[in-house]
Design a protein around this ligand. Structure first.
Ligand code: NAP
Ligand code: MG
Length: 401
């Protein structure tokens, strides 16, 4: 008898190699065990083009409505993709559209293996990164100027009032940049971090540079402190702590630490530090990634892209050895969150069993080509994606639940 579900899970399909693997993961590891109940949105680039991107907005709205989504990697359109797929126009990145609707924070944590040692020898538990996904340098205005002059920052209020500061009296040509953030977005970022830390029972650190950026980074620090006041008692009850520190101190602490903490990063810091943590921990495909909205909606995803190079080999008739672990963990994360919200103990147990089967398969020497050179098990050969999925399925079938 297959397990059943209550509320539909919002399933967001994507592009290229990850789309091929998405179907294979469902067929091999999910559908034989679970009567999947999903609200499916096809965010392949051709479907987005056909619907003038309406489907992306519908998918985001569905996550807000049902509370949990799982997303495959999608192509972000470029001029090259426009030609390749004969698209009518360029579209915004689906991830950016969904993030804007959910107003979320992205949490990324490495999936650790005994047989793949992280580059930082002291890490025994994952370093989890929380990245604020709004504003700063990603929404900045920039300008290059050719000669001497005065640069000013001007704000014009909706009531016509004005604030003005001098940025610099420039003796010669140069470059300028102005960026912003919003109190409301910083507050939801902080709230998402406190909520996630409580869920995962991880101590939380927020780091910025408020000694230099007293107003901008200072505002982030203040808002975190205000929101913490609401969570203080629950943190104490859970035995976890929150503290603020300078970003340079944070880097030193993380590199000397044992992991097992949540590190809240401003947008740019989060971009850089999550890549650092991913590569220091092994492979891009060995990361969990979830977008959490302050209203309590969750979107689980693979942190990597559509693995285009492998897809072209697949189209040529090869069976590539693409690592499906991040896709599988996106599904297990989403299913176990659905199980928690709907009170489905059996489904929660299945998600745990599947995650353990993935880890045990790799720790037994069966893995894809990205892990083979890193593994202390020195396996003679890597499996193609399908053979790897079949090895995992064998384990799931023989595990008593
Ligand atoms: P990518 O798909 O992450 O792949 C870059 C390289 O990383 C691959 O060529 C492969 O290296 C390795 N890799 C990534 N995932 C892997 C996996 N699961 N197993 C084994 N190796 C893996 O990045 P990209 O090639 O720059 O981007 C391709 C498309 O993805 C673009 O259209 C981009 O817009 C999109 N993208 C989407 C998302 C998202 O939706 N979340 C995120 C990033 C990029 P080798 O070739 O050396 O084996
Ligand atoms: Mg990056």
């Amino acid at each position: 008898m297959k397990m059943t579900m209550k509320t539909p899970l919002v399933e967001i399909d994507g592009d290229e190699m990850t789309r091929v693997l998405w179907a294979a993961v469902k067929e091999t590891l999910l559908e034989p065990f679970v009567e999947l109940k999903t609200a499916r949105y096809d965010l392949s680039v051709t479907e987005r083009d056909k619907t003038c991107d309406r489907v992306t907005h519908e998918a985001a709205a569905a996550i807000l409505k049902y509370g949990v989504g799982v997303k495959c990697a999608t192509i972000t359109t470029t001029e090259a993709r426009l030609k390749e797929y004969g698209l009518a126009r360029l579209y915004p990145s689906p991830n950016a559209t969904i993030r804007a609707v959910l107003d979320g924070t992205v949490f990324r944590s490495p999936i650790l293996l005994e047989s793949v040692k992280p580059a930082v020898a002291t890490w025994t538990e994952p370093v989890v990164i929380a990245r604020h996904a709004y504003g700063d340098v990603y929404k900045a205005a920039e300008m290059a100027v050719a000669g001497p002059g005065k640069a000013e920052l001007v704000w014009t209020g909706a009531d016509g009032s004005e604030k003005r500061v001098t940025v610099a009296d420039m003796p010669g040509g140069g470059v300028l940049q102005a960026m912003h953030n919003l109190d409301a977005s910083i507050e939801s970022f902080a709230r998402s971090c406190f909520r996630y830390a409580l869920d995962a029972k991880l101590p939380l650190m927020f780091a910025a540079k408020d000694t230099i950026s007293k107003t901008y980074d200072g505002r982030f620090r203040e808002i975190f402190a205000d929101v913490y006041a609401e969570y203080k008692d629950r943190f104490a009850a859970a035995g976890i702590t929150y503290f603020y520190t300078l970003i340079d101190d944070a880097v030193a602490r993380v590199v000397k630490g044992r992991g097992g903490m949540l590190w809240a990063c401003k947008n740019y810091d989060g971009d850089v530090m999550s890549d650092m943590v991913a590569s220091a921990s092994g492979s891009l495909a060995m990361m969990r990634s979830v977008l959490v909205s302050p209203s309590g909606a969750y979107e689980f995803e693979a942190a990597h892209g559509t693995v285009q190079r492998h897809y072209y080999r697949y189209l040529n008739g090869e069976k590539p050895s693409t690592n499906p672990v991040a896709l599988i963990f996106a599904w297990t994360g989403a299913l176990s969150k659905r199980a928690e919200l709907d009170g489905l103990a059996e489904l929660a147990a299945f998600a745990r069993t599947l995650e353990e089967a993935v880890i045990d398969t790799i720790e037994s020497g069966w893995m894809t080509a990205d892990l083979q050179p890193l593994s202390s098990l020195k396996p003679e050969k890597a499996l193609d994606s399908w053979a790897f999925l079949e090895k995992i399925a064998e384990r799931v079938r023989t595990t008593k639940r």
